[in-house]
Design a protein around this ligand. Structure first.
Ligand code: C5P
Length: 399
């Protein structure tokens, strides 16, 4: 399971004999779906080569604060902002002391100061060094600043001593990081959301579409990311900014949205159809612009598009929850209930788009989340707040 899907990690490697374990750690993080960039201190490079960690992380290793070329590619502030977590593994006694002092005379220290992300420190050192009051005081200072200390474990050490100071095993470090970071109600779950309108071309310049802005679908994606879900957004053409961490698949036609939905829904726990899908497409698409001159009347012949959400709901690898949206102007709840049954959905969110203060293009929405045996009224609020309420309700059912 990719429990760290799309999360950005800086792995900071310092000078310790346990530096070689950073290689296994990098692999474990990537296996969990994380994006990893490695920073090595000068001393770390004496124990393991940057090339090894470059090959495993898939990115050039950052070693130098004052390297103009590296700074031009991704400067230390940019790197610090990119990170969702900084994981210093192994952390030597010296690197812990430097963190306490807030030293910024090397790249790792500067990033630790500049990042707003949570910092994890996995110490590794000789048992005598670990036991010394100076180190213990430093560790307590880091804990008081909200830094998570992972380990160390006890056992025989590379220097021949026996005691506390061994680096935790990489898989144990990753598990501890997951336990710290993945606390959301949808942690470890995959949600696929369709959003926005689709477009059906008539000729190279004209198309059939609708007024959907995509705001509701994008707000749902953000709520899913905040709840810790791996989130895939299949989006028609919209001008919304996708929330960070979401995998976006851009599509234009209903057929493209259908193909992307069927491919991704197979691994989803929840599928939400928030898109306003164009139900019919022209029987033929002209490969030239259709000219107006001399045309008195025009008939457009249309054929139906596939029903995406109904196909997902009937597929063999059906997600646990399939949730639709019903934007209606009349008999809103009645139509919604019929769609819930005819499309084999678990929930449908019914909203009245004849009310211009909500629905299409508006920042607000309100409606009723209709289940097979429950109705939850969600009063008017911003689409963001409403999305959070919908995701909260769905998480309860999954639990
Ligand atoms: O268009 P209609 O009101 O039937 O849409 C209800 C639900 O079905 C929505 O969730 C919409 O995203 C979905 N739908 C779909 N494929 C279609 C038409 C609608 O997935 N061709």
């Amino acid at each position: 399971m990719a429990r760290l899907f799309n999360r950005n990690f800086i792995v900071g490697v310092t000078g310790s004999i346990a530096a070689y374990k950073a290689a296994e750690l990098t692999r474990s993080l990537i296996r969990e779906g994380a994006n990893v960039r490695v920073i090595m201190t000068e001393a770390a490079c004496e124990f393991i080569t940057p090339l090894t960690l470059q090959a495993l992380s898939g990115h050039e290793v950052h070693t130098d604060l004052l390297d103009t070329e590296a700074e031009a590619a991704m400067g230390h502030i940019e790197l610090a902002r990119w990170a969702d977590a900084l994981l210093i593994t192994p952390a030597s006694a010296d690197s812990i002391a430097r963190l306490v002092q807030g030293r910024a005379d090397d790249l790792l220290g500067a990033c630790a100061l500049a990042t707003p992300a949570p910092v994890f420190v996995a110490p590794a050192m000789n048992q005598e060094m670990w036991a010394k009051q100076a180190t213990q005081d430093n560790v307590q200072t880091l804990v008081s600043r909200g830094i998570a200390i992972l380990g160390p474990s006890s056992g025989s050490q590379a220097c021949g001593d026996v005691g506390a100071g061994r680096l935790l095993e990489p898989d144990d470090i990753v598990s501890a990081v997951i336990a710290h970071l993945c606390t959301g109600t949808l942690s470890g779950r995959h949600v696929v959301i369709t959003a926005g309108p689709t477009r059906e071309p008539i000729c190279p310049v004209r198309y059939i579409s609708n007024r959907s802005s995509g705001k509701m679908g994008y707000a749902l994606a953000e709520a899913c990311i905040n709840a810790g879900a791996k989130t895939t957004l299949i989006s028609g053409p919209v001008s919304c900014e996708p929330p960070s961490g979401v995998t976006v698949i851009n599509v234009e036609t209903t057929q493209e949205m259908f193909d992307a939905s069927m491919a991704t829904a197979a691994t989803a726990d929840i599928f939400i159809g928030a898109a306003a899908v164009v139900d019919f497409k022209p029987t033929t698409v002209s490969d030239r612009k259709i000219k107006r001159s001399g045309v008195e009347a025009m008939d457009l012949s249309l054929v139906p598009n596939p029903d995406i959400i109904a196909s997902v709901a009937e597929s063999k690898a059906r997600p646990e929850l399939v949730v639709g949206f019903a934007a209606e102007t009349h008999h809103v709840q009645d139509y919604a209930r019929k769609k819930l049954a005819s499309k084999s959905l678990d929930f449908i969110f019914a909203n009245d788009v004849s009310d211009h203060s909500i629905g299409f293009n508006s920042e607000h929405n309100a409606g009723v989340l209709i289940g097979r045996d429950s109705d939850i009224v969600l009063p008017m609020s911003s689409k963001r707040v409403l999305a959070e309420s919908i995701i909260e309700e769905l998480s309860k059912v999954l639990d």
